[in-house]
Design a protein around this ligand. Sequence first.
Ligand SMILES: Nc1ncnc2c1ncn2[C@@H]1O[C@H](COP(=O)(O)OP(=O)(O)O)[C@@H](O)[C@H]1O
Ligand SMILES: [Mg+2]
Length: 248
Amino acid sequence: MNNVIVVASGKGGTGKSTVCICLSVALVRQGKKVLLIDSDCGMRGLDIMLDIEQDILFDASDAVCGNCTVGEAVYKSKNNDNLYLMAAPFDAENELSPAVFRQLVDSVKNNFDYVIIDSPAGIGSGLVTAASPADSALIVTNAEPTSVRGGVKVRKRLESLGVSHMRLVINRFDKRVFKKLGFYADLDAVIDAAQTQLIAVVPFDINISVVMQRGAAGVESGASFSPFDRLAKRVEGQPCPLVLRGML
Ligand SMILES: Nc1ncnc2c1ncn2[C@@H]1O[C@H](COP(=O)(O)OP(=O)(O)O)[C@@H](O)[C@H]1O
Ligand SMILES: [Mg+2]
């Protein structure tokens, strides 16, 4: 994939922010330097999930308004060397325009191997801004029809915005729930409905949620996070199995 990646979904709660953080931590483990940009204006959360909420004095809107330098709005993760965060504006009315956001990202991206952008849910102006600097996208969906339909809508919106390279992440996958719901025969049916090539399936795993809420990404690791290590490898273009066997 290209190096400025927007993470998007139609519905909220699919796991965009979780994927952003866990993918970034996995890329850092693979020796990369990563800038996470929270573009969920008015609803930011990556600062809490990285446990640096108290450190944030300046956000992306401060950088473009001249309240600080761009460098002063980039914060180092305390738990992960080579992982940095730029926070989204705290207030919704400070949403950046696509052109301004793109300029901001263009001004910093060469200092990093990857820029991962967390977008708000939906296909509104927040997505348009978040996607404006992106070369590629990860569309996060859960294996249920409302979420998949949202993913298709996001895909079409991103296409219309000129994002050419898109991959699907099926997150929070739970075999028992999937079978009980019975909407899809198998994961292939989900991928067909989502109309996007798969790059990862991440099981529902309460450990992932707990680590995120504790702000302990990268500190507490283990098998729960191996799907993200595989995702990072595939993002890097390295051959790595999807490991679908045993999921159903
Ligand atoms: N693979 C997973 N297994 C279990 N819980 C998850 C997983 N991915 C995300 N979650 C949880 O789902 C909720 C929504 O995730 P979040 O990343 O905030 O979604 P979004 O950014 O799309 O709104 C959070 O409580 C998060 O901890
Ligand atoms: Mg989020």
